[in-house]
Ligand binder design. Structure first.
Ligand SMILES: [Zn+2]
Ligand SMILES: [Zn+2]
Length: 287
């Protein structure tokens, strides 16, 4: 469906294009007055380039494998297996969006609610300043947990690999835009995860804790009552001052923290969030 030239363009855009186009848009239409150069920026750029290349290689290998798999198992199996193999591209793309959205929301929800998963996801939430460079700050285990359910569904339903590639490029663009310090129309946040909507997800304001889990479209947040989107305010307090801006520390610290939780509070504390006592509310709000 996509010509090789289109594929090359999309790959160039996701590797080098919108990483640098969106910062220009952030300068032109800022949501918040904040400096371009900020602490943790080098770290986030290392995340961007070290991980994006890793990611592209994994994606390319996966798509290649998917093509081979689809060719060998082209016939449709029971329980809708392979049902997207010969589907219309419009229907396939809609199904990809839906699968991507639902798996992202569920994985994201549990990465906040289960302390074991939170220790990895916490890396993404450690940014003190939010801009499009913060998009890439992720622990690789966290990233894999978010991607795995989606990749499993894609392999099962077998849509056209070119469409999967198109969707992944779209998602990459959306992540950068959604973390960007960009002012856009307020009403957009009722439908899609725009910068203002996702900023509340990263904020330390108690009323916004564990809200706005959506990646691209917001309907699940509105359906399950996890949306927080006031009209007149913009959040201004993000991240953890005592976390690290060093990519190496960010990759080993979750294991140390998990070990300490298990040692001090028992292994079950890794699976159940403690009920906050009244005096701990403020502390909880900071996390
Ligand atoms: Zn989160
Ligand atoms: Zn985020």
């Amino acid at each position: 469906m996509l010509t090789p030239v289109t594929q090359e363009w999309l790959q160039m855009l996701s590797l080098y294009g919108w990483i640098w186009i969106i910062p220009i848009v952030e300068r032109l239409f800022p949501l918040n007055k904040q400096p371009f150069v900020r602490s943790g920026m080098i770290n986030d750029l290392i995340h961007t380039y070290h991980r994006l290349h890793l990611h592209s290689m994994v994606n390319a290998a996966f798509v290649a494998w998917l093509v081979v798999y689809a060719q060998r198992h082209a016939s449709q199996g029971a329980y809708l297996q392979g049902s997207l193999a010969n589907a219309h591209w419009g229907w396939s793309f809609f199904a990809l969006l839906l699968m991507g959205h639902i798996t992202f929301y569920v994985a994201h929800y549990y990465s906040h609610k289960i302390p074991l998963l939170w220790q990895f996801h916490r890396v993404h939430h450690s940014s003190l300043t939010l801009d499009s460079f913060s998009t890439s700050r992720f622990h690789v285990i966290d990233k894999a947990l978010f991607a795995a359910p989606y990749l499993m569904l894609v392999t099962y339903f077998q849509p056209d690999p070119a469409l999967v590639f198109l969707y992944i490029s779209f998602r990459d663009f959306w992540g950068r835009y959604g973390h960007g310090n960009i002012k856009d129309a307020h009403w957009l946040g009722y439908f899609v995860s725009n910068p203002k909507f996702h900023r509340w997800h990263h904020s330390n304001h108690p009323e916004a804790i564990d809200k706005n889990f959506s990646g691209e479209f917001n309907f699940m947040d509105y359906m399950f009552g996890t949306a927080y989107y006031p009209k007149e305010r913009i959040p201004e307090n993000f991240g953890e001052t005592d976390y690290s801006n060093n990519i190496v520390v960010q990759h080993y610290r979750p294991f140390v923290d998990i070990y300490n939780i298990a040692k001090n509070d028992g292994a079950m504390a890794l699976f159940r969030k403690p009920k906050p006592k009244p005096e701990q509310n403020y502390q909880a709000a900071q996390e």
